[in-house]
Design a protein around this ligand. Sequence first.
Ligand code: AMP
Ligand code: GLY
Length: 424
Amino acid sequence: MKVLIVGSGGREHAIAASVSKSSRVDKIYCAPGNAGIGQLAECVPIGAMEFEKLVAFAKEKEIDFTIIGMDDPLVGGVVDAFEAEGLRVFGPRKNAAILEGSKAFSKDLMKKYHIPTAAYETFDDPTAAAEYVKTAKLPIVLKADGLALGKGVLICNTLDEALAGVKEIMEDKKFGAAGNHMVVEEFMTGREVSVLSFVDGKTIKIMSSAQDHKRAKDGDQGLNTGGMGTFSPSPFYTKEVDEFCKKYIYQATVDAMAAEGRPFTGVIFFGLMLTSEGPKVLEYNARFGDPEAQVVLPRMKNDVLDVMEACVNGTLDQIDLQFEDNAAVCVVLASDGYPVSYEKGFEIGGLDRFLKEDGYYCFHAGTALNGEGKIVTNGGRVLGVTAKGADLKEARANAYAATEWVTFQNKYMRHDIGKAIDEA
Ligand code: AMP
Ligand code: GLY
C-alpha cells in the first residue's frame, strides 16, 4: 500500500512511525513533513492547505490511503476534495470537522443532545457580550469561535480582564475571523484528561487516555503553548470516569453528529475536565492531539492502517482495539523563548541513539535539513522525546534520561512533565 500523510509536526511523525510498522505498507509520503519524518517517508514540498496539489499528487502516485493529521485542512474540507476524486482518505469531512472548527457549533450540539459541558452563551455582537460578562460570575472563560492555533481561549479573573478580552477577540480581532463569534463559558475546575477515539460514523472505539501540559513553564506557569509534554495513561481516568463518559459523552457525540446529518469519520479528541459534578467536555478536536499522539500511538498494539481503514469502511465494530499495559511520557524540547520569539537553525546532536534503543522515540516537530544535510532546529517546539516504561514513573524517568542525549543551542524543556503522577 502507498500511504500519504498530510502535516509536518510531531503528531504526523508519530503517525508515520506507526504506519511504518504496518505489514501492508510499501511506501510512505508526507506533505510537507519534516527532517525526522524524512527518515521514514519521502517528504514532498506541498503545503497542507494546497488541496488541489495534494489531490493531484495522490492521483499521480496512485496513493491508496491518505491520512490527514492537522486541523486546518480538515476544517477547510480537504477530505471532501479527496473524496470528490474517489480517493480514500482518513479524517472527517468538512461538515463534521466543524466539531473542532466552531466552538459555538460544538457547544450548541452538546446542549441539544444533553452532553455534559460548561454552561455558556454565544455572541456575535461585542456590546451584547460586554453587557453579559458584567452580570456573569468570575472567573469567566472567553473563547473565539473558530480555529486559533489553540490560543483563542481567555480565562478572565476580573471584570476588567473580561471586558478587555471581549474587545481583543471581537473588536481587535486578535485571533482573526475566529473572533467573529464568541462563546462565553462558565469556569470549571478539575483535572484535565485527553481522550482520543477512532470513529467510523456510527461506532466509536476509545484509545488509552493521556494528559497534556499546555503552559510553557514549570508549575503550569507562563503562556499557553501547543503542548510541552504528555503522559499516557492518565491515572485520573478511572474506571468510573470511563463508564460515565461511555454512558453520557462518547457514543452520544457520535450519535448526535449522525443525527445532524454530519456523520463523523476519523479521530474525535475529547478534551475532558473531571469536575466535582463529574466529567464535562471542555472541547472537541477532530484529529489526534499533539503531543498526545506521541504517547498514545506507540502503545497501540493494532496495525494502525487496519483501524483507520475500518473507520473509512464503516467496519470499526469488527476491530478489537488494544493497548500495551505500560505507560509512555513525552517531554517536548523547545527553543528557548517559545511561544513568543526564538532563534532557529541550530544543529541538533544525539538523535542517532533513539534509533538503537527500544521503547525510545524522538518525534520531530520543528526541524529541517540545512544546506549541508544536517538536522537543525526550525520551530518553537523542536522535538518530542518519548519513552515507554512499565509504569508512569519509569516512563517519566526514561523520558527525562533521554532528553539528555539530545543537544542543541537554546534547548528548553519543562522539568515537571508527569509530576501529577505522584499525586495519583
Ligand atoms: P480549549 O481550547 O477549549 O480546550 O481551551 C484551552 C484550555 O483552556 C483548556 O485546556 C483548559 O485548560 C482551559 N479551559 C477552557 N475552557 C475552560 C473552562 N470552561 N473552565 C476552565 N478552564 C477552561
Ligand atoms: N494537545 C492539545 C491539542 O492537540 O489540541
